[in-house]
Design a protein around this ligand. Structure first.
Ligand code: FAD
Length: 377
C-alpha cells in the first residue's frame, strides 16, 4: 500500500493549513455552554463561508466534493491546528449525510446549506428510556392526521437539544407492522408547540444532553425523510456515519496529541520511571496504531465508493479502547487527584461515555460477530 500523498493532495493539505493559520484564533475559556455554542456558531459560519466544513458534500450543496483521502487530510490538518469541532456536529456528520442519501431535492435545498453555516443546529432524537441498544423498539408514536403527522412520546440523551432548531426523529408510524417495518424518520422542528426539552447534568458537571418530551407535536407530511415505513433503513445510514465517518483521522490526531503531551508530562515528572506507567503508555501507543490502521481501512472502503457499513463498528470499538486507555494512563501519570479538575480529570470522566455513545461496545461486538464474521445470531 502506498501511503504517501500525491502532488494534488499535498497542495490541498497546504491550502487548508494556510487557511487555518490565517483564520483560526485561540478558543477562549467559556463561562457557560451557551457562550461556547454561540462562539462555535460564529466559527462554523466562517468555515462554511470558505467551504471548509462538510467538504465531502457535493459542491452544489456547499461542500467541495472532496475525496475520502482529502477528507482524511482535512481532518488531520484541522486537528493538528487545534481547531475546535464544528458546533453543529449532528447536523454536519449525521443529518447532512442522511439527507444527501435519502432526502428529496426540496429537503436538501431547504436544510443542507443552513446546516453548514450553523444557522440551524440539529439534534438526534433516537434513544428512548426503553429503547437504546434495541433502537428498533422505539415507542414514540407518529399518527397521521390528514396531510400532517402528530408525534407523542419521550426521547432521552439528546445531545444539544436545547440549542437545536431541528431533530432527526425515529418514530413508530405503524404499530401493527413488524418491529423494523413500522418506523418512519422525521425532521422535527424543535421550536414546535408540544416539545419540552429538559437538560440532564452528567458526571462532568456539564448538561450537554437532555430528555425531550413530545406532546401532540404536529409535523408536516413533507418532513418525512426517506418515505413512510422506511425509517429503519434511513436510521441505518445515520448510525453508520456516526460510527464510521465521524471518528476517523480527526480523533486519531487528537489522541496522538494527548499521548504526546502525556508522555512528556510523565517524562518530566519522573512517572515514566515506573515500569507500570511506561507499559501503560506503550499500550496506548499500540492502540493508537491499531486505530490508525482501521481508519485507513475505512478510508479505502469509502474511496471505492462504498458506505462505511458494519466495519464502522470496528472503528468505533478501536476509538473507545484508545479513549479509555489513554484516560486511565493519564490518571496513573498525574495521580488520582486529577479527577477533581483540570484537563486530564475532565477527560477521564468523559471517557466513561465512550463505550455507550453511538451504540455500546457490546452492541458493536454483536454487529461485528453477526455481520462481518457471519457468526450465528
Ligand atoms: C455522551 C452521549 C451522548 C449521546 N447522545 C445521544 C443523542 O444525541 N441522541 C440519541 O438518540 N442518543 C444519544 N445517546 C444515547 C446512546 O445512543 C445510548 O445510551 C446507547 O445506545 C445505549 O442505550 P441505553 O443507554 O438505553 O442502554 P441499554 O440499551 O439499556 O443498555 C444497557 C446495557 O446493556 C447492554 N446491552 C443491551 N442490549 C444488549 C445485547 N443485545 N447484547 C449485549 N449487551 C446488551 C448494553 O451494552 C449496556 O451495557 C448518547 C449517549 C451518550 C453516552
Amino acid at each position: 500500500m502506498n501511503l504517501s500523498y500525491t502532488q494534488g493532495e499535498e497542495t490541498f493539505a497546504a491550502e487548508i493549513r494556510e487557511w487555518l493559520s490565517a483564520n483560526l484564533e485561540p478558543t477562549p475559556m467559556f463561562e457557560s455552554l451557551e457562550e461556547e455554542v454561540a462562539w462555535g456558531r460564529r466559527w462554523q459560519a466562517r468555515l462554511a463561508g470558505a467551504r471548509w466544513v462538510g467538504i465531502a458534500w457535493p459542491s452544489a450543496f456547499g461542500g467541495r466534493g472532496a475525496s475520502p483521502v482529502e477528507v482524511a487530510i482535512y481532518n488531520t490538518e484541522y486537528a493538528r491546528a487545534g481547531a475546535p469541532q464544528p458546533v453543529n456536529r449532528v447536523g454536519v456528520n449525521l443529518a447532512g449525510p442522511t439527507l444527501l442519501a435519502h432526502g428529496t431535492d426540496e429537503q436538501k435545498a431547504r436544510w443542507l446549506a443552513r446546516i453548514l453555516s450553523a444557522e440551524d443546529l440539529w439534534c438526534q432524537l433516537f434513544s428512548e428510556p426503553d429503547a437504546g441498544s434495541d433502537l428498533a423498539s422505539v415507542t414514540t408514536r407518529a399518527e397521521r392526521d390528514g396531510d400532517r403527522w402528530v408525534l407523542n412520546g419521550q426521547k432521552v440523551w439528546t445531545s444539544y437539544a436545547q440549542f437545536a432548531q431541528w431533530g432527526l426523529c425515529l418514530a413508530r408510524s405503524d404499530p401493527a407492522a413488524p418491529k423494523h417495518a413500522g418506523l418512519t424518520f422525521f425532521a422535527v422542528d424543535m421550536t414546535a408547540p408540544g416539545i419540552e426539552v429538559r437538560p440532564l447534568v452528567q458526571i462532568t458537571g456539564d448538561a450537554e444532553f437532555n430528555a425531550v418530551f413530545l406532546d401532540d407535536v404536529a409535523v408536516p407530511g413533507d418532513a418525512v425523510i426517506g418515505g413512510v415505513g422506511h425509517g429503519w433503513t434511513v436510521a441505518g445510514t445515520t448510525l453508520s456515519h456516526e460510527r464510521g465517518t465521524a471518528f476517523p483521522f480527526k480523533e486519531q490526531v487528537v489522541h496522538e496529541i494527548y499521548l504526546h503531551d502525556l508522555y512528556h508530562e510523565a517524562l518530566s515528572s519522573g512517572a515514566l520511571d515506573d515500569p507500570a506507567v511506561a507499559d501503560r503508555l506503550a499500550q496506548c501507543a499500540v492502540l493508537a496504531q491499531v486505530f490508525r490502521v482501521h481508519n485507513w481501512r475505512t478510508m479505502s472502503r469509502m474511496a471505492r465508493g462504498e458506505e462505511p457499513g458494519a466495519e464502522s463498528s470496528i472503528v468505533k470499538l478501536a476509538w473507545t479502547a484508545l479513549t479509555q486507555e489513554l484516560s486511565e494512563a493519564a490518571l496513573d501519570v498525574v495521580g488520582p487527584a486529577s479527577v477533581l479538575g483540570g484537563r486530564w480529570g475532565r477527560q477521564w470522566l468523559w471517557s466513561k461515555a465512550a463505550s455507550i455513545a453511538g451504540g455500546t461496545s457490546e452492541i458493536q461486538r454483536t454487529i461485528i460477530g453477526e455481520r462481518l464474521l457471519g457468526l450465528p445470531k
